[in-house]
Design a protein around this ligand. Sequence first.
Ligand code: CS2
Ligand code: MG
Length: 405
Amino acid sequence: MKIIDVKIFVSCPSRNFVTVKIETDEGLYGLGDATLNGREMAVVAYLQEHIKPCLIGKDAHQIEDIWQYLYKGCYWRRGPITMTAIAGIDMALWDLKGKVAGLPVYQLLGGKSRTKIKVYGHANGQNIDETLDHLGKLIEDGYKAVRLQCAIPGLEGTYGTLADKKDYYELQSNRPLPPEQLWDTNKYLNFIPSLFKKAREKYGMEIQLLHDVHSRLTPIEAAKLGKELEPYNLLFLEDPVPAENQSNYKLIRHHTTTPLAVGEVFNSIWDAKKLIESQSIDYIRMAATHAGGLTSIKRIMDFASLYNVRTAPHGPPDISPIGHAAHAHLNIWAPNFGIQEFVGFGGTDMNKVFKHSLTYDNGHLLLKDIPGLGVDFDEQEAKQFPYKRSYLPISRLEDGTLWDW
Ligand code: CS2
Ligand code: MG
């Protein structure tokens, strides 16, 4: 089955998505997600100029060889642009193989380890009451696990809360330059434990709670926060510190039993190796879309299982339904699956462009038995939603110092 074309689409049905379509001489096609939020066009250029010409004429069944060819063969290994581009190709090839076999991709990975995929939702708000009302609604909707984020008194538009326009907290459209947000660690640390205290007082201990620090603390600050949150029994504390320096996590680990999760910005197994081997973390959150697709994430999941590290794939709105479907197949298979981040299925525009078969039911995602990844992409509809340049926000301290967003 020869590859005859590799098409790359950029569309913005509420936010930008990069979609790869691999066409073959047998008439079948495969679809992949290559969306890198805020840097979309760098991946498009990489795919268009550097990858596409090498793939024409290759056998689409050779997933592993093509992965190695694109990884080792470019000499400049790793990095988010390269690994997101590889992911788009890799997903499309798995989708194709499933279609040829007439089997959903999870069957090719080894079959089902479970019948449904547990998810965590997001509750956020401008103050504690708003966040807790949101949590209450999610509990009513059947969620068993919820991430709590809340605006910090004295700081506006902090990560994970509704911004001034009341749109989703990271919606990127109409932001031709990165918006700036203020950060103050002291205000944050003084406030967050009270959010979880009140959540437990109102809803008890059964609902599983999570929190995303978004890499803004130093290790010792994170250790302190982890200790203070221990009575509220978090499922995990996400990205307490940036992870370039992996020994940071060892320090946090020595001070707290609050479980730790990290990995959404990682793009290779090498970013996670030391953290996993040293058992400094409990959940690895790498995304198929940003880390080389199903081929590499499957390897990382297997490696993590040796060290009792479970998986919690990144599931933000800036991954397309094709990327979410890739996770669903991995999650149904992975023996060490933990939980999937889930923020809903996007708006009507997005659902016009991407037709997927995932459904939400009582705190879980269900996957239908459709050959391949089970998502289709409507090229005509996509044309109605042209690319819009957009950025993630940046953070600064009150004195202007640039901080981690
Ligand atoms: C995040 C993301 O989902 C998460 O946990 O931290 O919202 C992240 O900020 C975005 O995906 C960045 O593109
Ligand atoms: Mg996060």
